[in-house]
Design a protein around this ligand. Structure first.
Ligand code: B12
Length: 211
């Protein structure tokens, strides 16, 4: 079986040790990390679809996510290697309050960092206030907010409103992401953009800062 198929299988079966072994193998054999991450990502999304259809239940989805995270913890540090020697800009990133999905956000943070951004990753379930305080503290150029739930997307709007309230909206570019985020939503709440994946997110971040 080819390694991409094995990666998918490990996630679908929620087999943490298999996922870990495969990630280590990919690193050891110098395989294309992007391709391996794509295979894992495709599998976890498939599990999400099955979950929505009622074909798998939360404990299974959680086991798959655990396996995915174990593999990603091994693979994402590789993405940050070979950092550019000048800083393109400072980015504060996190998943919005009430939302614990952090796999995609961590991928975006890794690619941004690999491309030369100084990244402050606040983790998941981050309050609007913590985003803003950190952005002010490090004098960030961009705030990146991830939301994977339709119920937590509202926090993205809250953050922009809070920036306006404090008269600091113009100090930061605000990028939104996560599966439910659409261009329409970005426009509706007055954010600066969105991207479907970590590579296009990084391209957009560069473009917004004129690189
Ligand atoms: C894995 C997963 C989980 C894991 C999370 C583990 C973790 N530590 O992250 C667990 C099992 C814990 C989980 C829990 C829940 N989940 Co869940 N989960 C998923 C799943 C299957 C995959 C998400 C993922 O990791 N994708 C892989 C990564 C690589 O992709 P990504 O996140 O989309 O990120 C990419 C892009 O979006 C983009 N991006 C991401 N962030 C950003 C930010 C910026 C600024 C930019 C520019 C780009 C960007 O780049 C990323 C990399 O390419 C999705 C299904 C799906 N299709 O998204 C459901 C899904 C998001 N979950 C869902 C639900 C309902 C839940 C629960 C509420 C279930 C429950 N009943 O308790 C809880 C939520 C708890 C909470 N309060 O947050 C629903 C949401 C439905 C909705 N409309 O709101 C989904 C869509 C599943 C479904 N189809 O029903 N979940």
């Amino acid at each position: 079986m080819d390694i991409s198929k094995e990666c998918k299988e490990s996630i679908v079966n929620g087999n943490k040790s298999q996922a870990e072994e495969l990630a280590k193998k990919a690193v050891k054999e110098g395989l294309d990390v992007d391709q391996i991450i794509d295979a894992f990502s495709e599998a976890i999304r498939e599990m999400g679809d099955l979950f929505e259809e009622g074909e798998v239940f939360l404990p299974e989805l959680m086991r798959s996510a655990e396996a995915m995270k174990t593999a990603m913890n091994i693979l994402t540090p590789l993405l940050s290697e070979g950092k550019a020697n000048h800083i393109l800009g400072r980015v504060v990133i996190g998943t919005i309050e009430g939302d614990i999905h952090d796999i995609g956000k961590t991928l975006v943070a890794s690619i941004l960092s690999a491309e030369g951004f100084e990244v402050y990753d606040l983790g998941a379930d981050v309050s609007v206030n913590d985003f803003i305080e950190k952005a002010l503290e490090v004098d960030a150029h961009i705030i990146c907010i991830s939301a994977l739930l339709t119920t937590t997307m509202i926090g993205q709007r809250k953050l922009i409103e809070e920036l306006k309230e404090r008269n600091i909206r113009d100090r930061f570019k605000v990028l939104l992401g996560g599966a439910p985020v659409t261009k329409q939503w970005v426009q509706d709440i007055g954010a600066d953009g969105t991207a479907e994946n970590a590579v296009s997110a990084t391209k957009l971040a560069k473009k917004l800062l004129g690189h």
